[in-house]
Design a protein around this ligand. Structure first.
Ligand code: ATP
Length: 317
């Protein structure tokens, strides 16, 4: 029996500090202005050499995550193998903690973890910038999920500029008992624009711009100013699709959060708080109110995915 080397990677979720939504482009994507921040809510991806590519999913949020080739982590392994001329013989195990359809880029985090992990497993030595570029082929949020930290994303969110962060920010993430599909939320944005007779095509709407106020607050470590500058253009749409989310937002701010903001296209709400003590109080208030399914305390930014450990076992995968 030969030893098997496994690589484990912790891959963080993200929160959008800003999500500006412009018009729909000819390729179906919307022009976005995204300010991303990675937070300490992680999936764990373990990669073990195997005969064929296969996926298993466990952990508290495994429900609804495909355990086949359609899993975005499997697609990431396949893509990297193809580019490197290798056979994608890997068992990908995902320990799922990031909310599914929660707007926190959980799938993108898993894809990023798989790219970084296979790079290490196969000793490819590909630099982070090249992995970021490759990641754009998998999805709009995957490049940032490879990079981590804080960044501004333009285009469909994949053209990244690293942003400086002056102080650690503290958060509570309130999950909903349901998910929101990203395509469904964007379709609703467009339906509303058309119904209101407003322009909806990217050619007819100026591209959304990054908020200077937000970038300055982030760089200066000014949490109060940051709270004031948080914004997500999808929030009014998501809260009208699921009015429960408006109640969660109100409850969190009443419990002491500085501000609440919809994560991506929902359905998780992120609450920015002053410090860890405030985070605990807000999390308890949210849970006691029954307006969310769970509440997680987290900090950000955290680094992007890094190979965490190498396990040597006597068993093949
Ligand atoms: P984003 O914030 O990037 O819009 P999200 O966090 O709202 O995404 P995800 O949890 O990443 O949404 O997944 C959306 C859908 O993708 C799921 O409903 C699931 O069917 C599919 N999927 C494929 N691979 C994964 C994965 N590894 N983890 C979660 N979902 C996955």
């Amino acid at each position: 029996m030969s030893d098997v080397k496994s690589i484990a990677v912790r891959a963080p979720a993200k929160v959008n500090l800003q999500l500006g939504v412009g018009g729909r482009r000819a390729d179906g994507y919307h022009e976005l202005a995204s300010v991303f921040l990675t937070v300490s809510l992680f999936d764990r991806i373990t990669l073990t050499p195997a005969e064929e590519l296969r996926v298993t999913v466990g952990g508290v949020r495994a429900a609804g995550v495909p355990a086949d080739g359609s899993n975005i982590a499997a697609r990431a392994v396949d893509l990297l193998a193809k580019r490197s001329g290798l056979h994608p013989g890997v068992h990908v195990h995902i320990d799922k903690c990031i909310p599914v359809q929660g707007g926190m880029a959980g799938g993108s985090a898993d894809a990023a973890g798989a790219l970084v992990g296979c790079n290490a497993l196969w000793n490819l030595g590909i630099g982070r910038a090249d992995l970021v570029e490759l990641a754009a082929e998998l999805g709009s949020d995957v490049p940032f999920s490879v990079l981590g930290g804080a960044a501004f994303g333009s285009g469909r969110g994949e053209r990244l500029t690293v942003l400086p962060v002056g102080a650690t920010t503290h958060w509570v993430f309130a999950t909903a008992g349901f998910g929101l599909s990203t395509p469904a939320v964007f379709a609703e944005v467009e339906r509303r624009r058309k119904d209101a007779g407003r322009p909806w095509a990217a050619d007819d709407i100026p591209s959304p711009r990054v908020s200077r106020r937000l970038v300055d607050a982030l760089a200066g470590g000014d949490t109060a100013a940051l709270a004031d500058a948080l914004s997500n253009d999808l929030e009014p749409v998501a809260t009208s699709m699921r009015p429960e989310l408006a109640r969660t937002l109100k409850t969190g701010t009443e419990a002491g959060a500085l501000a609440g903001v919809l994560c991506g296209s929902g359905a998780t709400i992120g609450f920015l708080v002053a410090d860890r003590n405030a985070a605990r109080t807000v999390a308890q208030g949210l849970l006691a109110s029954g307006t969310c399914a769970s509440a997680h305390v987290a900090d950000g930014p955290v680094p992007g995915p890094e190979p965490e450990e190498t396990i040597t076992t006597g068993e093949s995968a």
